[in-house]
Each structure stands twice: as structure tokens, then as C-alpha cells.
Ligand binder design. Structure first.
Ligand code: APR
Length: 247
């Protein structure tokens, strides 16, 4: 039996499947991953996403953040992998998505239960009065953007290096890791803590691990049970189609 067929068989028997996604699921939406040859960190210095640097140099940090996350990523659209997960949820075949991505593409594709482990770039937050703005409501031509109520510098509502994981997402992700019988790992290197602990916890609690990635990751030879080598936007619709009995 091929890996894809084996994955479909496991998914059909599952009563609680959870997806855990990383930058790789958005590559076919035109968003480059962080690591690897053409990754964002080969072009930009990750220091701009360090919380201490952001507070000390808001204009410098915002210039790069605007270029990466708003000028560029802002135009990305969900791809067939995001839609396949949304369809699986709608059909009762997927419980939730835990995502490390901050691009909002799962929600745009129609996924309802999405735990944003690293926050979301489509919200800008005033650290003082907690007002939340959509990026379109804010003048990003003049940096740094400021809160209309109190003039504080707005911060993208995603997790910077040196910041804690949002409490609700952390709690919900652990709950999924305790209760899921299948974890679908899609497009993640598994190199970033504490996110990478979630699939490990799921495995320890008895979940079967299905991984989709064109390259091996830190999970492949440690916790993965079924490895499907391939691109998310090709493999996920094939899986969703077979689950729906379309092929
Ligand atoms: N389909 C599926 N996976 C892919 C594809 C594709 N088309 N293209 C690349 N990948 C895989 C890569 O092989 C790699 O394993 O996606 C993964 C992307 O890895 P990273 O860029 O490290 O992304 P991720 O694991 O999500 O990073 C975790 O690191 O910097 C932080 O906060 C950031 O959330 C991010 C975290």
C-alpha cells in the first residue's frame, strides 16, 4: 500500500483528527517559508522580530515587518491545501487546525476551529488600551503606526521572538494533543519550540502521525508513522478527495 492510501485508511478510522500546520502549507500561496534556501531568513535579519529590538527601534523594525507581512503576504490567497482542510472540517473529518502561521489563510479558506499558536498578522494591537485594528484601517505609509486613542505604537498581534505563546492557543493545542487519535503534520520543520512539542505530546498520547512535506523534517524519523513526500497543495486535495470517495 502506498503512503497516501495508508494515510487515507488511518484517517477513515479516526474519530478525532487534528491538523498541525507550518509555513510549508502556504508556500503554494506565494508565501516563502522561513528556513531553507529561499526562506525569509536568507533575505531578512530575524532580529526585526525580536520583541526587545521592536521596542527599541520601532521604525526600523516596522519597515521590514511592513515589507514582509503587509506589502507582500497581505495579497496571498488560500491554496487547495487550505481549502481541503476546511472541507474536511465541514464534513466532520477534522476537529481543528493548530497553525504556526500568521497569514490568516486557514480562516480565509473557511476553517472554523483554528488555534493560532503564533498569533495573526491581520490584527494590529495597541499594547496599552488593547484596541485591535485591521491592517487596512491603519496608515502604514507613516511608520510606526500608532493607536488612535492613546498614540502608542501598534504591534502586529503575532508572537515575536522573546514573547509567550497566546494562552488560549497553548491550552487548546495541548487539549488537541491529549485527545486526537490522528495528527496531520503539514509543512513544518519541527525546529521551533514550544510548537514542536505539540505533535510530540500527541504521539506520546497514542496519536498516529501522518506527515506531508516535500523534505524530511525533525519529525520524519522520530515520531512520524506515515510520511507522504509531496507538496501540500497537491497531497491534501488528493486525501480530501479520497475521503469523500471522489476517487
Ligand atoms: N508543501 C508542504 N511543505 C512544504 C512545501 C510545500 N509546498 N514547501 C516547503 N515545505 C516545508 C519545508 O520542507 C519545511 O519543512 O515546509 C517547512 C517550512 O519550514 P519553516 O520555514 O521552518 O516553517 P515552520 O516550521 O512553520 O516554522 C516554524 O518558525 O520562525 C518561526 O514563527 C515562525 O511559525 C514559524 C516557526
Amino acid at each position: 500500500m502506498g503512503a497516501l492510501e495508508e494515510a487515507v485508511k488511518i484517517l477513515k478510522q479516526s474519530s478525532h483528527t487534528t491538523a498541525f500546520t507550518g509555513a510549508g502549507i502556504s508556500v503554494e500561496s506565494g508565501i516563502p517559508p522561513f528556513r531553507g534556501e529561499n526562506g525569509l531568513w536568507s533575505k531578512y535579519d530575524p532580529i526585526v522580530l525580536d520583541i526587545g529590538y521592536f521596542h527599541a527601534h520601532p521604525v526600523k523594525a516596522w519597515k521590514v515587518i511592513r515589507e514582509i507581512f503587509y506589502d507582500f503576504f497581505g495579497k496571498a490567497k488560500p491554496n487547495p491545501a487550505h481549502f481541503a482542510l476546511a472541507e474536511m472540517e465541514k464534513r466532520g473529518l477534522l476537529e481543528a487546525v493548530i497553525t504556526q502561521n500568521i497569514d490568516n489563510l486557514h480562516q480565509e479558506a473557511g476553517s472554523k476551529k483554528v488555534y493560532e499558536y503564533h498569533g495573526n498578522s491581520q490584527r494590529l494591537l495597541c499594547p496599552k488600551c488593547r484596541t485591535v485594528y485591521h491592517p487596512k484601517e491603519v496608515d502604514l505609509a507613516h511608520l510606526p503606526p500608532r493607536c488612535k486613542n492613546d498614540g502608542e505604537v501598534l504591534k502586529p498581534d503575532f508572537v515575536f521572538f522573546g514573547e509567550a505563546i497566546p494562552t488560549r492557543a497553548a491550552v487548546k493545542a495541548e487539549e488537541e494533543a491529549r485527545t486526537a487519535d490522528v495528527f496531520l503534520l503539514i509543512g513544518t520543520t519541527g525546529e521551533i519550540m514550544p510548537a514542536s512539542l505539540i505533535p510530540q505530546m500527541a504521539k506520546q498520547n497514542g496519536a498516529r502521525i501522518i506527515e506531508i512535506n516535500p523534505d524530511i523534517s525533525a519529525f520524519t524519523h522520530s515520531i512520524t508513522d506515515v510520511y507522504i513526500r509531496g507538496k501540500a497543495a497537491e497531497v491534501m486535495p488528493a486525501i480530501a478527495g479520497k475521503l469523500a470517495g471522489k476517487s
